[in-house]
Design a protein around this ligand. Structure first.
Ligand code: SAM
Length: 220
């Protein structure tokens, strides 16, 4: 499938899911997102980006952490997710600190070296194999040297458990419903040229979730 068709398919599918996302899957992912944000340790005054912000759970934590001297940007393919996230940020009184766009993360609409940190949870594993390196290079481009990348992702194993095998099978059999698939996130992030600072493994109903903090090398 062409990339633009896939992005359009993701837009439509997340638009449909947006109303139910926080009931069906949002709360189950929050403890992993919290672990990712804790590892990333956003500081007052920093400029942060969230890729695939969904209903905006992490945007609120990021905006509180960077404070009024900082700024949070977000990009998501779904216009309905944008509406919901914007509402959440407004309710939290953080609208001035958060700027959201709807767009495709493989073409980030930001200048080089713009961000101090990027956060992504349950999003990298949605991208097809050949686009993950494209997305990670975009992250490197918009992160300043020494900037941090935080990724929370369902992770694959060289010796998968039966739960992981079942999940991998479901993804292949029903890709429209099970759109994420576990990936070797740390390897992909390293291959993109980041240095891994921390790689913590957590568990979601027998499925491994990896929580990674990495650094964009300095002096390139
Ligand atoms: C599984 S949800 C995760 C949402 C949130 N980060 C969380 O942890 O709950 C993935 C998000 O990525 C967005 N997304 C999918 N493809 C995208 C793309 N090509 N560019 C930007 N966002 C995309 C979806 O619209 C959705 O909001």
């Amino acid at each position: 499938m062409e990339h633009n068709d896939r992005a359009e398919q993701a837009r439509q599918s997340y638009n449909r899911m947006s109303r139910w996302y926080d009931v069906i899957s949002g709360p189950f992912g929050q403890k992993y997102t919290d672990a990712g944000l804790q590892q990333l340790a956003p500081q007052p005054g920093e400029k942060a980006l969230e890729i695939g912000y969904g209903t905006g759970y992490a945007l609120v934590s990021l905006a509180k952490a960077v404070g009024q001297s900082g700024k949070v940007h977000g990009i998501d393919i779904s216009d309905k997710m944008k509406e919901i996230a914007q509402h959440r940020v407004r309710k939290a009184g953080l609208l001035e600190q958060v700027e959201l766009v709807r767009g495709d993360a493989t073409k980030l609409p930001y200048a080089e070296n713009f961000f101090d940190l990027i956060h992504m949870s349950f999003t990298l594993e949605l991208f097809p194999d050949k686009l993950i390196p494209v997305l990670l290079q975009e992250c490197r481009r918009v992160l300043r040297p020494g900037g941090r990348l935080g990724v929370v992702a369902m992770s694959n194993k060289s010796k998968p458990t039966w739960m992981l095998r079942l999940y991998n099978w479901s993804h292949k059999a029903f890709p429209a419903y099970v759109d994420c698939r576990p990936i070797f996130a740390a390897k992909l992030i390293e291959q993109a040229g980041f240095a891994i600072i921390n790689d913590k493994e957590m568990n979601m109903w027998g499925l491994p979730v990896t929580v990674i903090a990495a650094q964009n090398p300095e002096g390139l």
